[in-house]
Structures are given as C-alpha cells and as structure tokens.
Design a protein around this ligand. Structure first.
Ligand code: GDP
Length: 445
C-alpha cells in the first residue's frame, strides 16, 4: 500500500535537498511533482487541488528557520498537510453513557465488514470490554455462519438467528429472522448478559441498492448506534468516493474503517475519504488475521507515506510480543559477549511474532531502502536458520565453538539444509557477536 506514492513523493522532495534557498520556481516544480504523484495514486481531484494550494502557500511563506534547512522545511509542511487530509488528531471512540455501546457496520459486500466485526471484538476485549457480535446480515447465504466463525476465533459470543428455527445464539427464542427484530432482541440480550459493547454486522450490497439502504436505516433506528462505521475497501479506486457519499446520505456514519491496507492499492481512497466525507478514519485493517488491525493514526500514516517510518507503531507492536526481562537479559549478554545461539533463536522467534518481516521493515525510516538491502532475507531464510539452530544440541547452541566439521554435517542432515548453510550461519553468528561486543564497548555498556 502507498508504495509507489511513497516512492514518488520521496523522490520529489529529494530534489530539494542541498539547496540553500528555495525560489518560487523550485517550490512550483516540487508542487507539480507532488500533484502528479497524488493524481496517479487516484486521490480525488478536489482533495489534490486543495492540498497543493496549501503546500505552495505555506512553502512560499515559510520563515527561514534556524533548525531546518529549506528542504526539511518543505518535508515538514508536506507531512503536516498529509496528516491533515488523513484527519489530523485521532478521535476517541464515542462510548454510550448507559452501556451497551452499540457499533453498527455498514458498507459494500466484500468490503470486509464481517472480518472487521471479529477484529473489533478482539480489540475491545484487549481494552477490557465484554463485546458481543450480532448477525444482521440475513441476506447473503453463509453470512451468519461466517460471523459465528469469526466470533469463535475472537472468543466472543455471537447473537444470531438459527436458520430454520426461531431460536437465537444462546438458545433464546428470537422469533422471525428479520434484521430489525434480531437487532432489537440482541440489544436486550446484551443488556441482560452485561455485554458492554455490541457490534452489529449488517447486510452489504454489491452496488448502491435502495432497498438494502432502507434496511440499514431500519436497523440504525432500532439500535440507535453510538458509532456507525462505514467500512471501505482501500483497494477500490475512485469509486470509493461515490460509495462513501451514497452511504453518508443513505444511512449516515460517524467514522470510516479502511480495510485491505496490506494490498497493493495506490492509496487514493484512503487519502480522499476523510476530506470528502468530513468523517474521521477510526481504524485500519491490514490483513486477514484478527491481529491485523489497529487504531488509525493520521500522523503515523503520513510519516510512513513519506518514508519517514512509523517507529511508534513498531514500538507498540514490539511491546506486545517482547518480554522485558528477557530482552534485558539478552542485552546484558550482548554487552558481555555471552550471547549464545539459544538466545539468538529466542530473539528471532520474538521478532517473528511481530508479523511478516516485510511489514516490520516497512515501519522503519527509509523502509524502502532497507527492504531493498535485506531483500534476500525472506521468511524462508528465517525458517532455515530456525531449523538449523533447532538441529543443534543444547551444548552446541551454548558453545558454538565446538561445532566442528562432523557436527556441521550432522546438523545439516538433521535439519535438511546444506553444510554450507550451517557454515554460513555459524560464521555470521561469530561475526555478529564480535560486532555487537565492539558496539557495546563503544557505548560503555
Ligand atoms: P463483508 O462482505 O463486508 O462482510 O466482507 P468479508 O468480511 O467477508 O471480507 C471479504 C474478503 O476480504 C474476505 O475474503 C476477507 O478475508 C478479506 N479481507 C477482509 N479484510 C481484509 C484485510 O484487511 N486484508 C486482506 N488482505 N483481506 C481482507
């Protein structure tokens, strides 16, 4: 996502580097490049116009600052304006004064509503809430079952009509399976069972369909949601704008959730939706797993687009998988040169729990250059290293010096790799250890 936009913006801004003073012509040329980059990324024209005119105005009027050179000043302005079109500050969720807080999901079929319902439930659980899911998509065959699977995965109850019977999720009678009816009963059920958040999945539509829009209004009026999220597939291009406007006028929504940010879309929908609908982007999904989901932070997204990395998100993600004590132990071992292959394996497993390597590297500043540099380190390579270390005896892991020729052959055969792979790993380990020892020495650790 955003990759080609990111490349183009970065290179447009790179041209300014090294200039001691920026003329109006320099700024106009850069603005033209940025404009092209945005249009190519499918950002809506009115958004592009407004964006470019603000950049020009601010860049030309910028005071010379002691701290930043002119190029850095322009990058700062672009970053701030990009954050602005993505929504500025992230807004906190509206919780009901009297629980349950009701969240309704609306959007086209295939946008990712049902998947999102599970992710949201999982997220609310992590925030110490007791969410419940409600299946109001009685249109699409299999939608109810899909929500149940998602609910199971997140370990959250699902209130749903049973096909062919008139009994709800917990054996409670719910009468005829009409979406509005299901919604009403679900809220009463949540209140009785002390669920403080209710997430209502509604029927999607393939295109704008007045009948289904009326149904969504019916559900909305019945459950009086505290938040209605319009779920937008970031892979759809310019059409996103028309769809968003139709939902805004037909049902109304208080927030947007972007899905499929892991895809290779150009990013235009994501960059236009907030400005055109005036509604904040609340969350973003970037994968099919429950955890591929986070609160949307406009500033972090902007700096990622500009290749400045998203170190804050990286740290947050690291905090969820790293054990502080273990990390401190590893750090002190590195300092004293006692690091073993066992520690190395532990560290590697922790890093891998943070997600695919490509995603992690994408969050680092200069992510693209890094990605190119470590392009050969793919997941398969990590699998191989893991297999080799697992094929060693505890003694060998603790003291790699003893790994002689015959041991190398045994390890290679046992882990299904070539002897040269084992050699390479052992050599690299010693090299890395030497380097880390030197670094630790320099830092006075
Ligand atoms: P719904 O019709 O709006 O309920 O959409 P679904 O939740 O059924 O999602 C449609 C498809 O998109 C499914 O195959 C999901 O696995 C997939 N999907 C949903 N969210 C994401 C995402 O963030 N990234 C990717 N890659 N796929 C997603």
């Amino acid at each position: 996502m955003f990759e080609s936009l990111s490349d183009r913006l970065t290179s447009a801004l790179k041209d300014l580097r090294g200039k001691g003073r920026l003329t109006d012509a320099d700024i106009d040329a850069t603005a033209r490049e940025i404009r092209l980059a945005l249009l190519e990324a499918d950002v809506a024209l009115p958004v592009v116009r407004e964006f470019i005119s603000r950049i020009k105005e601010r860049a030309k009027g910028a005071e010379v600052s002691g701290a930043l050179n002119p190029a850095q000043q322009v990058v700062k302005i672009v970053n701030e304006e990009l954050t602005g079109i993505l929504g500025g500050e992230s807004r906190p969720l509206n919780y009901a004064k009297q629980p349950p807080t009701v969240i309704m999901l609306a959007g086209l079929q295939g946008a990712g509503k049902t998947t999102l319902a599970g992710k949201l439930a999982n997220w609310f659980k992590s925030q110490k809430h007791t969410p419940m899911l409600v299946a109001c998509d009685l249109q699409r065959p299999g939608a109810v079952d899909q929500l149940k699977i998602v609910g199971d995965r997140a370990n959250v109850p699902v209130f749903a009509p049973h096909p062919g019977t008139s009994v709800g999720g917990d054996g409670e009678p719910i009468g005829v399976a009409e979406p509005v009816d299901v919604a009403n009963r679900a809220i009463a059920h949540a209140r009785a069972k002390m669920h403080d958040v209710v997430i209502v999945d509604t029927a999607g539509r393939l295109g704008i369909d007045e009948e289904l829009m009326a149904q969504a209004r019916g559900i909305r009026d019945a459950v009086e949601p505290d938040e209605t999220f319009f779920v937008l597939d970031a892979m759809v291009g310019q059409d996103a704008v028309t769809t968003a406007e139709a939902f805004r006028d037909g049902v109304g929504f208080t927030g947007v959730v972007l899905t499929k940010l892991d895809g290779d879309a150009r990013g235009g929908a994501a960059l236009s939706v907030r400005e055109l609908t005036g509604t904040p982007i609340m969350f973003a999904s970037n994968g099919e797993k429950l955890e591929d989901f986070d609160v949307f932070h406009p500033d972090r997204m902007a700096s990622r687009i500009l290749g400045m990395g998203d170190v804050l998100s990286l740290i947050e993600q690291a905090e969820t998988v790293f054990d502080q004590k273990q990390a401190e132990e590893a750090a002190s071992k590195i300092g004293s040169g006692e690091l073993t292959l066992e520690d190395f394996l532990d560290q590697m497993l922790m890093i891998r729990r943070m997600g695919p390597l490509g995603n992690i590297i994408g969050m680092l500043p200069g992510g693209k250059e890094m990605k190119d540099a470590v392009g050969d380190i793919d997941e398969k390579y990590l699998d191989r290293i893991q297999a080799i270390i697992r094929g060693m005896t505890p003694e060998e892991r603790a003291n790699p010096k003893i790994i002689n020729g015959s041991r190398r052959l045994r390890i290679a055969n046992g882990s299904g790799v070539k002897v040269s792979d084992v050699n390479q790993l052992v050599d690299r380990f010693f090299e890395a250890k030497k380097m880390m020892g030197r670094m630790a020495g320099q830092m006075g650790m």
